[in-house]
Design a protein around this ligand. Structure first.
Ligand code: NAD
Ligand code: WQD
Length: 362
């Protein structure tokens, strides 16, 4: 059987580069499109160093219609994993148009190129952010959505668009069956779409060769801790110790990035299964199903690395919730996926990446 070819948008980024490794090692051909707006070509050279295999690279913006049309004309793509997007919540509040343009318009251009090429299998990087200020702490997929910032709303809008595209496909298919001269020479495919709602991805590949390489001062907890541990930053601010949680600090569901990308491989397999046989668009949480507090993360990091973290308690950060974590039961039942790595693994692997690459990919 021929190897399947997967187009990975944003394949040079943090999660995308780990996905490339996993896809190549699982036996897929990989094509990457990335404009390197938040990554460097070096990450893909590291993918080659780990796997001995190279993705085919298109350096392009997904909003460039001609570039995407050329890509789909040159390559026989079976499915797309769509990571390309901007992801900083604070920046999205300052530059909402940039975020909607890049994330929402970029996805529209991608979808049009896919439709024109009759490529209709898509795994989309959504986020737990789409749940907004839910009234419970453990989020299941059927909770109502209500993102509370432009970044989250861009993800929610894309989810809505994808549900609409899938629903329209059913109507169009019915009319195609009545007048089947629309596409005489090829099969009209149905959209098969998986929305993966990530919780808090951290960690790095166990080789220590690829990992998260934030621009400037990190916003997220673990990249900040890594830079305090390595001496690049002086002190971590713990944003609030007066939340109604077990130790007063915020609780999140942290997931190892390698577990996360394995969820994408499982999702690709599910697209060939019964759930998606007649076309579908379904959301799945990718999380561990349990939460750790900020102090849990600091204490465990100190235990597994032997490095002390200088921190102070600071006021709450605007927009933060006290506690949430995934209900990952649906991903287990329908994708046969669950996390395999624990918090020690996440922190040891993240620290190996940081110590081997104190300046990231520079
Ligand atoms: P990242 O910034 O490391 O990777 C995104 C990649 O997409 C980068 O290589 C960037 O250069 C590329 N890119 C951005 N806009 C592009 C465009 N218009 N055209 C072509 N390439 C473009 O981010 P990541 O952490 O790997 O996240 C990947 C995806 O997962 C994003 O969509 C993000 O919103 C989503 N996500 C991330 C997290 C997280 O905490 N990291 C959580 C939930 C969801
Ligand atoms: C985790 C905890 C902070 C930094 C964000 C996005 C979300 C998703 C993942 C993309 C919180 C605390 C943090 C610091 C701290 N990304 N913290 N000091 O906010 O849960 O989620 O990344 O989709 O959309 O919102 O992650 O790592 O920023 O924060 O005390 O310097 O660490 O208050 O409790 P967050 P985070």
């Amino acid at each position: 059987m021929n190897k399947k070819t997967i187009l990975v948008t944003g394949g040079a980024g943090y999660i995308g580069s780990h996905a490339c490794v996993e896809l190549l090692q699982t036996g897929f051909n990989v094509v990457v499109v990335d404009n390197f707006s938040n990554s460097k070509p070096e990450s893909l050279r590291r993918v080659h160093a780990i796997t001995g295999l190279s993705p085919t690279l298109y350096q392009a913006d997904i909003r460039d219609k001609q570039a995407l049309s050329d890509l789909f004309a040159n390559e026989t793509i079976d499915a797309v994993i769509h990571f390309a997007g901007l992801k900083a919540v604070g920046e999205s509040c300052q530059q909402p148009l940039t975020y909607y343009n890049n994330n929402v318009y970029g996805t529209l251009v991608l979808l049009e190129a896919m439709e024109a090429a009759n490529v209709k299998q898509l795994i989309f990087s959504s986020s737990a952010t789409v749940y907004g200020e839910a009234t419970c702490q453990q989020y299941a997929e059927d909770l109502s959505l209500g993102a509370i910032n432009p970044y989250g709303r861009s993800k929610q809008m894309i989810e809505d668009i994808l549900r609409d595209v899938s629903a329209a496909d059913k109507i169009n298919h019915a009319s195609f069956m009545r007048t089947n001269d629309l596409l005489p020479h090829r099969q009209l495919r149905k959209w098969k779409i998986v929305l993966l709602r990530y919780f808090n991805p951290i960690g790095a590949h166990e080789s220590g060769m690829i990992g998260e390489d934030p621009n400037g001062i990190p916003n997220n907890l673990l990249p900040y801790i890594l830079q305090v541990a390595s001496g690049k930053l002086a002190q971590l601010s713990v944003w609030g110790d007066d939340y109604p949680t077990r130790d007063g600090t915020g609780i999140r569901d942290y997931i190892h990035v390698v577990d996360l990308v394995k969820g994408h491989i499982k999702a690709l397999a599910a697209l060939d299964g019964e759930q998606f046989a007649t076309g579908n668009c379904k959301a799945y949480n990718l999380g561990a199903g349990m939460g750790y507090s900020v102090l849990d993360i600091i204490n465990t990091f100190e235990k597994v690395t032997g490095r002390a973290i200088n921190y102070k308690i600071a006021p709450r950060r605007a927009g933060d919730l006290a506690e949430y974590f995934a209900n990952p039961a649906l991903a287990l039942a329908e994708l046969n996926w669950h996390t395999e790595k624990n918090l020690d693994d996440m922190l040891i692997d993240a620290w190996r990446w940081q110590s081997n690459n104190p300046e990231g990919y520079e």
